[in-house]
Design a protein around this ligand. Structure first.
Ligand SMILES: C[S@@+](CC[C@H](N)C(=O)[O-])C[C@H]1O[C@@H](n2cnc3c(N)ncnc32)[C@H](O)[C@@H]1O
Ligand SMILES: [Zn+2]
Length: 269
């Protein structure tokens, strides 16, 4: 499945490293993941989410605050056969791997692979999901063979539809989660003078058919200030807010709207 980012030959895995026939070697970190981003492909020294953002997201998600989203996704996975024995699922921009851990846990013979450009995220994902394969890599250039996944989950991460099309098997399913119009609107009220709703554009994905679209909306009670901090820190609003706005949010925001748009695409027209 995984291929060498330099020469595109298959990668063999052993306990210490992944390597191709041409002799390119990628060391396996002790947590089990490999870094398949070549030095000349990096746009910054530490691409993707920072350690602080990844830690905040891990702690916030583990509190169960987004459970209704997990439940909705689990149902879709089941309806579209992605939890069937032998399924190969890809987590595109996996972060620290929370959602598939929740969705797939307890299912026999479902194989998960994931990538993220943040090495902090991949390290945490690999450490928590020891039997799954994670690599530091971009969703725009995934170092895997064509047509190797039955399903892709992509939550709040970027990717290219051409690349998702390439890595999916024929009739494969691509589940995309984006913010819906009211997602975390309360943060915006503290930060911006004019609060605008998230745009909800009509997507066209070339080579795909839209099978299903769902809106999952619920209110989260933010019971303590640590949780408020974690939620702010895992979003771009942390950077949009100035220190005094961050303090006010931390002192007074006691509930917030979660509003997700879930789309199910099938490869093929
Ligand atoms: C909002 S987080 C979502 C993480 C995870 N899907 C979740 O929902 O918990 C967005 C993630 O996309 C990653 N990311 C950004 N650009 C990427 C790219 N080109 N390829 C892979 N991951 C990327 C970031 O490092 C970050 O972990
Ligand atoms: Zn190679």
């Amino acid at each position: 499945m995984w291929i060498c980012p330099k020469c595109k030959q298959p990668l063999s895995q052993d306990t210490q490293s992944w390597h191709c026939e041409a002799g390119h070697i990628y060391d396996k970190a002790k947590e089990g993941y490999v870094n398949l981003v070549l030095a000349n492909q990096k746009r910054s020294k530490t691409p993707g989410d920072s350690k602080e953002m990844v830690n905040a997201r891990r702690n916030f998600l583990m509190s169960g605050a987004y459970q209704p989203l997990v439940n909705g996704l689990k149902e879709l996975f089941s309806v579209y056969g992605l939890l069937d024995s032998g399924s190969h699922i890809f987590d595109a921009g996996c972060g620290e791997g929370y959602y598939l851990r929740e969705i797939v846990s307890g299912q026999k013979d479902v194989h998960v692979a994931g990538c993220d450009v943040s090495k902090f995220a991949v390290l945490k994902a690999a450490k928590a999901n020891k039997n799954w394969l994670y690599a530091v890599a971009s969703t725009f250039d995934v170092p895997v063979n064509a047509a190797c996944f039955d399903g892709i989950l992509q939550i709040f991460s970027p990717s290219s539809e051409a690349e998702m099309h390439r890595v999916l098997k024929e009739d494969g399913i691509w589940i995309v989660v984006e913010p819906h119009s009211h997602h975390l609107n309360e943060f915006k009220q503290y930060i911006y003078d004019d609060v605008e709703e998230h745009p909800v554009p009509a997507h066209e994905m070339s080579g795909f058919t839209l099978l299903d679209e769902k809106r999952i909306t619920f209110t989260i009670l933010l019971t303590d200030s640590v949780q408020r901090d974690q939620l702010l820190m895992m979003t771009p609003y942390y950077w949009a807010a100035n220190p005094s706005q961050r303090e006010t949010i931390n002192a007074s925001l006691t509930s917030i709207t979660a509003d997700f748009r879930v789309m199910v695409w099938r490869k093929g027209e």
